[in-house]
Design a protein around this ligand. Structure first.
Ligand code: ATP
Ligand code: MG
Length: 413
C-alpha cells in the first residue's frame, strides 16, 4: 500500500487521556482510535494486525478440529438466567425502544447459547466429541478500563467450546487446546506461562491461564524460574515460598497479562440446558464440556507492551501489518523510478509492502514514522544507495544497516 494513500497519520505527541503504553503507541502510530474509555476502533494498520492474529487463531483452531461459527451478539436474558449469570457486574444490557419488548444482554461469553444449540443436535455418544468456536466482539462493563487494548469495555475474543462423552475425553482435548494455545501465542511473538487459576463465574474447578510476563501487566503470578510451574495470586499456595515444591527451583513474583484462559466446565452448562446423550450401555448422561478463550485485541496490546523501544513498536514477523516498509528518499527521477519498480516487483512476489512514497516529508520524519509503525524490514532507496545500485536494508530490531543490490532485495527479506 502507498503511504500517501493511507488515510491515517502518525503523531508525535502521546494522547493526553491515555496512560497505557500499548494504547499510546498504537494511537500515535495510527493503528487504533479511542472512541471512549475502553472502546477502540481498528484503523487500516491496526485491522491488518488484528486480522493476522485472527488468521493464526483460525489455522490453529482448524488443526484441533474446531468448527467456526458465529453466535448472536444480542443474547436473550433467559440464557444467562438459566445459569444464574444474568446479573453479574460486567453485564451490559441492551433494550430496544418501547415497541421491542425483548430483554437482551450483549454477549460476554457464550456457554449458554451454544449449549442450547448443541442440545438440538446431540443425542448419542456417536454425536460426540465436537468443538466449535467463534471470533466476535464481546462487551463487558469493566470497572477499570484504563489499560488500552488490555482491558476494553468491548474487545475481540476467540471463544471455543468443546463437548465430550466423558471427563477423560475432555481432559484429553484440554491438553490439545493447551498445545494449540502455546503455538498461537508463540506465532504472535509471545512467550506464555501456563498458570493455575480459579474458576470465577465459569466453573467451580481450577482453570488455567496463559500469562505473558510484562512489567505493566494487571495480574500477579508466582512462577518457578526452573520448571515454569506457575499459580496466579487468587489461588496461589506457592506465594511467599522461595523454593518450588515440584523441582526446588526459585519462585518469583511477576506482573503479567492474561492473554488466554481455558476452563474444564464439566456438567454445569449441560445440566442447565438438559444437554444429555445416550451412552454405549443405553444410559442417559450429561455432556461434559470445556471452554477456551483468547483475547485477540488484548493479545495485540500485549505484543506492544512486550515488543517496543523508545522509538516505537517492533512487530513480530507473523503479525506485522506489512512485511516491509519501502522508503523513497529524495526527488530525483531515477530514485522514484527504481522505487516504483521495486514496489511492484516485491508485491508481485507476495511481499506485503507499505511504500512511503510521500513527497514533502523529510528523511527524519520518514525514519521516525518507520520506527514508530514498527514493520520488520526497512528498505531505503536514495540517490546515495543507487550510486552502488543498492537499497539500504535494516531490520526494525537491529541497529545495523546493510547495502543490498536492488535485484537481491526480495531474496534477502
Ligand atoms: P480478566 O481476568 O483479565 O478480567 P477474564 O478471566 O474475565 O479476564 P475470560 O472470560 O477468561 O476473561 O476471557 C477470555 C480472554 O478474553 C481472556 O483471557 C482475555 O485474553 C480476554 N479478555 C477478557 N476480558 C477482557 C477485556 N475486558 N478486554 C480485553 N480482553 C479481555
Ligand atoms: Mg480469565
Amino acid at each position: 500500500m502507498r503511504q500517501s494513500q493511507l488515510f491515517t497519520k502518525t503523531s508525535r505527541e502521546a494522547p493526553k487521556d491515555e496512560q497505557a503504553l500499548n494504547a499510546k503507541l498504537l494511537m500515535r502510530a495510527g493503528f487504533v482510535h479511542k472512541n471512549s474509555a475502553g472502546v477502540y476502533s481498528f484503523l487500516p494498520l491496526g485491522w491488518r494486525v488484528l486480522s493476522k492474529i485472527a488468521d493464526i487463531v483460525r489455522e490453529e483452531m482448524a488443526a484441533i478440529g474446531g468448527q467456526e461459527i458465529f453466535l448472536p451478539v444480542l443474547v436473550d436474558k433467559r440464557y444467562y438466567k438459566a445459569t444464574g449469570r444474568a446479573n453479574v457486574d460486567i453485564t451490559f444490557e441492551a433494550k430496544g425502544k418501547s415497541h421491542d419488548t425483548g430483554e437482551f444482554i450483549i454477549g460476554w461469553s457464550h456457554e449458554e447459547v451454544l449449549t442450547e444449540i448443541a442440545s438440538r443436535f446431540v443425542f448419542s455418544f456417536k454425536d460426540l466429541p465436537f468443538a466449535a468456536y467463534q471470533i466476535q466482539t464481546k462487551a463487558r462493563a469493566e470497572p477499570r478500563a484504563k489499560s488500552g487494548l488490555l482491558r476494553g469495555r468491548e474487545f475481540v475474543m476467540k471463544d471455543l467450546y468443546s463437548f465430550h462423552a466423558s471427563k477423560e475425553d475432555l481432559l484429553r482435548y484440554y491438553e490439545e487446546v493447551k498445545k494449540a494455545y502455546f503455538k498461537i501465542f508463540k506465532r504472535c511473538g509471545l512467550e506464555t506461562i501456563y498458570t493455575l487459576a480459579s474458576g470465577g463465574v465459569f466453573t467451580m474447578s481450577n482453570t488455567h491461564e496463559f500469562q505473558v510476563v510484562a512489567p505493566l501487566g494487571e495480574d500477579t503470578i508466582y512462577v518457578c524460574q526452573k520448571c515454569k510451574y506457575a499459580e496466579n495470586k487468587e489461588v496461589s499456595k506457592i506465594r511467599g515460598i522461595s523454593k518450588c515444591p515440584k523441582c526446588s527451583g526459585q519462585i518469583q513474583e511477576k506482573r503479567s497479562i492474561e492473554v488466554g484462559n481455558i476452563f474444564p466446565l464439566g456438567e454445569k452448562y449441560s445440566k442447565a440446558f438438559d444437554l444429555r446423550f445416550t451412552d454405549k450401555k443405553g444410559e442417559k448422561k450429561y455432556v461434559v464440556m470445556g471452554s477456551y478463550g483468547i483475547g485477540l485485541s488484548r493479545t495485540m496490546g500485549a505484543v506492544v507492551e512486550v515488543h517496543h523501544d523508545q522509538e516505537g513498536i517492533i512487530w513480530p514477523k507473523e503479525i506485522a501489518p506489512f512485511g516491509a516498509h519501502l522508503i523513497l528518499l529524495g526527488e530525483e527521477s531515477k530514485v522514484k523510478e527504481v522505487s516504483e519498480s521495486l514496489y511492484g516487483s516485491l508485491k508481485k512476489h507476495g511481499v506485503e509492502v507499505l511504500y512511503d512514497d510521500r513527497e514533502q516529508k523529510t528523511v527524519g520524519e520518514k525514519f521516525a514514522d518507520a520506527d514508530l509503525i514498527g514493520i520488520p524490514w526497512r528498505i531505503v532507496i536514495s540517490e546515495r544507495t543507487l550510486q552502488k545500485d543498492c537499497a539500504e536494508l535494516k531490520k526494525r530490531n537491529d541497529k545495523k544497516v546493510k547495502l543490498v543490490k536492488i535485484k537481491n532485495v526480495q531474496q534477502t527479506i
